[in-house]
Write a protein that binds this ligand. Structure first.
Ligand code: VGL
Ligand code: ZN
Length: 242
């Protein structure tokens, strides 16, 4: 489709020809534009220093993410939102400790401290995060028996938050994934984005890792690159912005 109202305004033959040629250089086929979304993952008190599942330096991402928000066609956020007694909590499995790996409904499950419990302070998005540009917050991890690292699907790839359909309905083809934590929720959100055919980028200075084992952050970046996720820095998006 060519969307060129200027054609209707042309009066003389020469003017029409020049307007038509100018119009034809712009591809206005629906869906041909690249629309980009920023996905802000789990910027919640429990993942910030002092929180139940803290990332070192996690608070440093907030200002960067606020600066990034105006650079995108759409901004969405995710929020880890577990019921009390969630199956990912070590406290739900007597005799097991934080950091141990068990099997939960047939899936490998790392056991975490209680975190992001629905309506608790730790589950709230950090007050310093600019909420105004965020079009919608997608909650995840509500099923007590299945963990959900990705903002798209649960770890069993069954439960769907609706994020995929939401982005598709808005013509989004590229996503930039930032927030917490790099080695879990940022990682699996970016991997799912690739899997469903979006271009995906993770910005290293706008994320921090849990680093349950030393080197988890570096290992995560290798896995992301291997899966076709681009690794960048916020400056790639902020150049020329004050
Ligand atoms: C997260 C572990 C458990 C995260 C959430 O936001 O990365 N990690 N729940
Ligand atoms: Zn969680």
């Amino acid at each position: 489709m060519t969307r060129c109202l200027a054609r209707l305004a042309c009066v003389g033959l020469l003017a029409c020809v020049s307007l038509l040629s100018a119009c034809s250089t712009v591809d206005t086929t629906p869906g041909s534009e690249q629309r980009s979304a920023l996905i802000i993952v789990d910027v919640q008190y429990d993942f910030l220093p002092g929180g139940a599942l803290a990332t070192a330096g996690g608070d440093a991402v907030i200002g960067i993410i606020n600066a990034l928000q105006p650079q995108f066609d759409l901004v969405v956020a995710t929020q880890d939102w577990h019921p009390p007694g969630h199956g990912s909590f070590a406290s739900s499995h007597p005799g097991h400790r934080v950091g141990e790996v068990i099997e939960l409904q047939g899936l490998r499950q790392v056991l975490w401290p209680d975190h992001a419990v629905q309506h608790s302070h730790g589950a709230q998005l950090a007050a310093g995060l600019d909420r105004q540009p965020i079009a919608r917050v997608f909650r995840k991890g509500q099923n007590p028996n299945v963990d959900s690292y990705s903002g798209f699907f649960d770890n069993g790839q069954r439960g769907d938050t609706g994020l995929q359909a939401y982005l598709a309905a808005r013509g989004i083809t590229r996503v930039v994934v930032v927030g917490l934590a790099l080695d879990y929720c940022v990682k699996y959100t970016a991997l799912d984005a690739r899997r469903i055919g979006l271009h995906a980028t993770v910005l290293t200075d706008a994320t921090r890792a849990v680093n349950l084992a030393p080197g988890d952050a570096e290992q995560t970046l290798r896995e992301l690159r291997q899966a076709g996720v681009s690794i960048g820095r916020s400056a790639d998006y902020l150049d020329g912005v004050r």
